[in-house]
Design a protein around this ligand. Structure first.
Ligand SMILES: *Cc1c(COP(=O)(O)O)cnc(C)c1O
Length: 360
């Protein structure tokens, strides 16, 4: 006898990037930051008094919230801390979309949005990106025609690495009748010369929610801490009703506050990753890959015609190098998504790839 709801029985779960236990693996498949977290994190953990765990955590993670609001120039009522960015996605769907209503996602895009929507029995509308991985013209008209309630958009985008300009998002927020969830999981890696500052959108639009996470930029994927920023009327129902009562544990709160305050350390890793990104991009292009401009900590590379992406993925894997390959939708099956690693890891990858391209 199966007891789950029919929509749960019918859906597929999230497909995780491989997490090997062997530390010798060159792991360029899940966009983790290759550099360690801030030394302040180690300090907090060393000094942590275990007795503290006897009590429930600060229910609203007020310390982290204060730190974040100060950093973004927001009021604490305009942000809510979540158990990883992923919880922010689930909370946005559960709080703002009725079962049967429609969630829009980009295709290709982060597969978790559709999974969260399926659990909540929502319809999913896919906005197909153009061949240059841009949003189609009049995206907001499409969303309005489909009666979309919530549009989830990664910016910079995953898996393509593209950054949508602020004015494009502002235009959508302006003319779309639903909510826009801007998923900024990778925004830390955007070139500072682009002056990309989305906090402005929060002030200007009451239908914009911004998602952030410490997983990528702060090297804390294992901690599970993210947050949503938006108009207080969007944040309030999440903060007071739909999130779990104690969604952030005490250790995560302490560690997060220390990591966020150590802006120097984080910025240094971002800068190193951007420099390595340019280097790896050049070497891949030299081998015949087509590489889209990336503002993230990964490259989205189309394999040269003489080689098959899935074969390359498998051959790299046999050499203990993991990258990500998606066979669905078919138009991305010739692409690899490659996380920027340490200089040494990137070199190992580049050497392996150049051999495979020379000897397909
Ligand atoms: C990594 C990621 C997230 C959030 O990850 P968490 O580890 O749950 O914080 C959200 N969106 C995208 C596109 C991501 O790649």
């Amino acid at each position: 006898m199966r007891y789950e709801r029919p929509n749960i029985a019918a859906m597929r779960g999230y497909s995780y990037g491989e997490q090997p236990s062997d530390s010798a693996v060159v792991k360029l498949n899940t966009n983790e930051n290759p550099y360690p977290p801030s030394p302040k994190v180690a300090q907090v953990l060393r000094d942590f008094d275990v007795e503290t765990l006897r009590r429930y955590p600060d229910a609203t993670a007020s310390g982290v919230r204060r730190t974040i609001s100060q950093q973004f120039g927001l009021d604490p009522s305009e942000t809510v801390i979540t158990n990883g960015g992923d919880e922010g996605i689930r909370l946005a769907v559960n709080t703002f979309v009725d079962p049967g209503e429609c969630v829009a996602v980009t295709s290709p895009g982060y597969s978790l949005y559709s999974i969260v929507a399926a659990v909540h029995q929502c319809e999913v509308y896919e906005v197909a990106l153009t061949d240059e991985w841009q949003l189609p013209e009049k995206t907001s008209n499409l969303l309005n025609e489909q009666g979309v309630k919530l549009f989830c958009i990664e910016n910079p985008h995953s898996p393509t690495g593209a950054l949508f300009p602020l004015h494009a998002l502002a235009e959508i927020a302006e003319s779309f009748s639903g909510l826009v969830l801007i998923d900024e999981a990778y925004v830390d890696f955007v070139d500072p010369a682009l002056s990309h500052d989305t906090a402005k959108l929060v002030a200007a639009h009451d239908n914009v929610l911004i998602l952030r996470t410490l997983s990528k930029g702060h090297s804390l994927a294992g901690l599970r801490l993210g947050w949503l920023m938006g108009h207080r009327d969007l944040i309030e129902p999440i903060a007071t009703k739909t999130r779990d009562s104690y969604n952030i544990d005490t250790i995560a709160q302490r560690v997060a506050a220390a990591a966020i305050q150590d802006t120097g350390h984080a910025h240094e890793t971002w800068q190193r990753i951007r420099a390595e990104r340019s280097k790896l991009e050049c070497s891949l292009i030299g081998m015949g890959f087509h590489v889209a401009n990336s503002q993230t900590n990964f490259l989205w590379a189309r394999c040269p015609p003489q080689v098959d992406a899935d074969t390359i993925y498998e051959r790299l894997r046999r050499q203990n190098i993991l990258v990500r390959h998606f066979s669905d939708p078919p138009r991305i099956s010739q692409f690899l998504r490659i996380t920027i690693g340490t200089p040494k890891q990137n070199e190992l990858l580049a050497t392996a790839l150049s051999q495979m391209v020379a000897d397909p």
